[in-house]
Design a protein. Structure first.
Length: 406
C-alpha cells in the first residue's frame, strides 16, 4: 500500500487530508510539526510527503532541505501545501527540490492529481509515455513489483489475481441487481497489492492488456455460472482501461467472449471513466457505439470527478451514470454536495439513464439518495467487495438492503 506522510500543524486541515487519503486506500502517517515529520520520514520512509510550508520550529523549507541531504529520504516525492502563492515562494521551494506546490485551499481532485502525478514520475510510470524507462530511476519497490508482475504474466500464473464483486442494490426494492468486478493481486511474497499500486503499474508497462483479457474472460464465465444457477437478471460490470479502449480489436474481443460463454449481451456492463473517454472523444464514441450495437451496456464511472463531458453526454451510447463517491460522502450535511448530486440524478433521469451512487456508507446517505429518487447504490453500507463464493452466498440468502429506517 502506498504510504503518504502528511506534515501539517493545523489539526483540522491535517485530519481532512488524512480522511481523504484513507478513502482512496492510501496508508497515511501524520505529523503535527516539522520536527516530528523529519523523524517519521527517516523511520517510516514514506512513498510521498505532503508538507505545510509555514510551521513553528522547523518550517517546510527546513524539512525539505534536511530530507534532501539524507540519502535515505533524498528522492522521496515532496509536495508543499501552503497559503502563500507568490512566485518567489514557489521558486524557492522548487530550487530546494520540491516536486510540486499546492496553494490552499485546494480541491480533492487537485490534491489527488498532484499525488498521482508525483508517484508516477517517481516510479517512472507516467501514463502515455512510450519510451523505454531507465530501470535505475525506479524505486526498489516498484522494480520488484514490475519484475513479479511480468513474471506472473509470462508464466501465465493468473491464479495470483483475484476478482472481487461489490453488490449494486436497487434503492427501492433493496434487491441486488448487479455487481462491479474489482481486480486484486495476491502475490506470494508481496502479499495483497492494492489497486492504486497495481493499476498504474500495469497500465504504464502495457501489462494491463493481458490482465484485462483474463479479467473479462473470468467475469464472463462467472456471469454465465450465476445465470445457470437462476440469477438470470444479474448484470456484472468490468472496468475498462484507456489502453483497452484504444485497441482496434477491442469490440471484437467483447463479441467473442459473449459468444464463447453464450451470454446475453446486456448481462455485461463495461465501465469507463470520463478521463478515458475525453482525450479522444470521437474514437471513444465510435468504439462505444460498436459495443453498444451488440447489446452490451456501458456505464460512466466516477461521474463528476474527471473531465466535464456534459456537452457530449447525449452523444455517448450509455445506459448508466455512476456518481463519484466524493459527492456522496457526508451528503446529508453538505449543501453543495446535496445540490450537485440532486442535479445529477435529475439530469440522468431526464436523459433516460440509470443512476447509481457509489461509496454509500451511512444510513443518512442512503436516506438522502432514496428521497431524491436515485436508482441504485453501491458501497460499504450494504457490502464490501467480496470473493465470488462469498458474493454467491448473499445471492442465495437473498440479502436485501434494509429500508425500514429510511
Amino acid at each position: 500500500m502506498t504510504k503518504i506522510l502528511v506534515i501539517e500543524d493545523e489539526k483540522l486541515v491535517r485530519e481532512n487530508i488524512i480522511d481523504l487519503l484513507a478513502a482512496e486506500d492510501f496508508d497515511t502517517i501524520a505529523a503535527a510539526n516539522g520536527r516530528v515529520g523529519l523523524d517519521l520520514a527517516v523511520s517510516q520512509i514514506p512513498d510521498l510527503i505532503l508538507c505545510d510550508l509555514m510551521m513553528p520550529e522547523v518550517d517546510g523549507y527546513g524539512v525539505l532541505t534536511t530530507l534532501r541531504e539524507e540519502p535515505v529520504t533524498a528522492s522521496i516525492p515532496f509536495i508543499f501545501l501552503t497559503a502563500k502563492s507568490a512566485r518567489a515562494d514557489f521558486r524557492q521551494g522548487m530550487d530546494l527540490g520540491a516536486d510540486d506546490y499546492l496553494t490552499k485551499p485546494f480541491t480533492r481532485t487537485e490534491l489527488l492529481n498532484a499525488i498521482t502525478s508525483r508517484l508516477a514520475k517517481k516510479a517512472t510510470l507516467a501514463k502515455q509515455v512510450s519510451t523505454k524507462f531507465d530501470a535505475q530511476t525506479f524505486s526498489p519497490k516498484v522494480q520488484m513489483m514490475e519484475m513479479y508482475l511480468r513474471r506472473a504474466i509470462e508464466r501465465e500464473e493468473f491464479e495470483q489475481f483475484l476478482v472481487y464483486y461489490q453488490p449494486i442494490v436497487d434503492i427501492h426494492s433493496g434487491q441486488i441487481i448487479g455487481a462491479e468486478s474489482l481486480l486484486r493481486w495476491q502475490h506470494p511474497e508481496l502479499g495483497m497489492v492494492t489497486p492504486t499500486e497495481l493499476i498504474p503499474l500495469a497500465e504504464s508497462t502495457g501489462l494491463i492488456l493481458p490482465i484485462s483479457d483474463w479479467v473479462l474472460n473470468k467475469v464472463c464465465k462467472q456471469i454465465k455460472n450465476w445465470h445457470n444457477q437462476g440469477f438470470t437478471d444479474l448484470r456484472v460490470a468490468v472496468n475498462v482501461s484507456g489502453n483497452q479502449l484504444k485497441q482496434p480489436n477491442f469490440s471484437q474481443k467483447i463479441i467473442h467472449l459473449l459468444l464463447a460463454n453464450n451470454l446475453v449481451p446486456d448481462s455485461l456492463v463495461l465501465e469507463l471513466t470520463e478521463n478515458i473517454i475525453m482525450p479522444d472523444i470521437n474514437q471513444a464514441i465510435s468504439t462505444m457505439n460498436e459495443i453498444h450495437s451488440f447489446g452490451v451496456k456501458i456505464a460512466i464511472d466516477d461521474f463528476g470527478a474527471g473531465y466535464s463531458s456534459l456537452i457530449y453526454l447525449k452523444q455517448l451510447p450509455i445506459h448508466t451514470l455512476k456518481i463519484d463517491r466524493y459527492f456522496i460522502q457526508c451528503i446529508a450535511n453538505d449543501s453543495q454536495k446535496a445540490v450537485i448530486t440532486t442535479a445529477l440524478i435529475q439530469m440522468a433521469h431526464n436523459l433516460n439513464l440509470h443512476i447509481v451512487a457509489e461509496g454509500v456508507e451511512t444510513e443518512q446517505e442512503l436516506a438522502f439518495l432514496r428521497q431524491h429518487k436515485c436508482d441504485a447504490i453501491q458501497g460499504f453500507f450494504f457490502s464490501h467487495p467480496l470473493p465470488a463464493r462469498e458474493f454467491e452466498k448473499i445471492l442465495f440468502a437473498n440479502k436485501r438492503l434494509n429500508l425500514s429506517n429510511v
